[in-house]
Ligand binder design. Structure first.
Ligand code: BMA
Length: 336
């Protein structure tokens, strides 16, 4: 395969995924270290019967292809989660019906709404984490081993909270999760915290990880931040791709950045980007239901080549794919 030659300087600790979608870095790319798939958006409007928009969605390798959980904005305006499968992680087939959750006794449990899902495998179980209603915006978690039965774990966190991202392995024997306590509206503030659990049910040891940065130092992330993709394990630390927001006279603008957290003590920030790594620029990122939003929710990685493919919501309307490498991201961060 073309381009598959150099091993990466920085090493990701994960399985090789040789079929990760990929396009080489354009020669004329300047500035930000992330470049877009040239056929973006990969998921356009009206992708499923009764669903007007799919965005802010998460994918991962599964069997000989890929699987994903997708935020589908139904034509009644209510977001819900849909399952999709793909051979190449670019062209997706979606189930026509939304995911049917059950509670821990096996009885149907359907949240009133569900949005911004993340997807991760820890040991033998896949976890879907999203935002749902629990007297306001709160974190929903469900587990599955077969993508047929999805068992919802009862409210793991108090309201209000969003952007929960589970680490892909236990750290010091516990599950570890990043989240962003919020309000139940559009949240004009927000920092990232980390929590631990022995069983995915009881959470504690909540610690502060990182917050906004003052406008005179890194203005694009001066209003609120939130974890995006599942942390990527590297030899240097956990690489976290997150969103950062600035408030302007025309509302919020969402951009992307990344940070490196200590492998054993993930509340310690080793490095972080002061410059964003991707910002709304293309028309599908600047125009839509909510203009000027790039919102990362997943990254596919190939440890062998260091390639990273980022899935992100564009303007709360369509889904984009962008590429970078572990080297590019590592070298875009500054020591803290
Ligand atoms: C956040 C979330 C996201 C959305 C973003 C921009 O608060 O609700 O789902 O993409 O706002 O509207």
């Amino acid at each position: 395969m073309r381009g598959r030659k150099k091993r990466s300087k920085y090493k990701m600790i994960s399985q090789p995924v040789p079929n990760v979608p990929w396009q080489e870095r354009p020669e004329n790319l300047t500035g930000a270290p992330v470049w877009r798939y040239n056929e973006n958006p990969i998921i356009g409007r009206n992708p499923v019967k009764g669903v007007a928009r799919i965005f802010n969605s998460a994918v991962m390798p599964y069997e000989d292809g890929f699987i994903g959980v997708f935020r589908g904005e139904q034509t009644n305006g209510i977001p819900y989660i849909y399952l999709g499968r793909s051979k190449d992680a670019i062209h997706w087939n979606f189930d026509e019906n939304k995911i049917n959750f059950v509670d821990e006794e096996g009885k149907p449990f359907m949240p009133r709404y569900a949005y911004d899902p993340r997807l991760v495998k820890v040991e033998d179980t896949y976890y879907i984490i999203w935002c749902q209603d629990f007297y306001g915006a709160a974190i929903g978690i469900a587990k599955t081993t077969d993508f047929k039965t999805f068992t919802r774990i009862e409210n793991p966190f108090l309201p209000f909270n969003r952007n929960a991202v589970l680490f892909p392995r236990k750290i010091n024997g516990n599950f570890v999760l990043l989240s962003r306590p919020s309000d139940s509206g559009h949240t004009p503030f927000g920092d990232i915290f980390v929590s631990e659990s022995p069983d995915m049910k009881h959470w504690g040891v909540h610690r502060y990880v990182m917050g906004t940065i003052k406008g005179d130092e890194s203005a694009w992330q001066s209003t609120k931040i939130g974890a995006g993709c599942i942390p990527i394990e590297t030899e240097e630390g956990w690489l976290v791709i997150y969103h950062g927001v600035i408030n302007t006279c025309n509302g919020f603008v969402y951009r992307m950045g990344c940070a490196l957290l200590d492998l054993e003590q993930p509340w310690k920030v080793l490095k972080r980007t002061k410059n964003y790594i991707l910002a709304p620029h293309e028309i599908y990122e600047c125009m839509g239901d909510v203009p000027n939003v790039v919102f990362p929710c997943a990254a596919l990685t190939d440890a062998e080549t260091g390639r990273i493919a980022i899935y992100y919501g564009c303007a709360d309307t369509v889904t984009g794919l962008a590429f970078t490498t572990v080297n590019e991201l590592m070298e875009s961060m500054e020591s803290m």
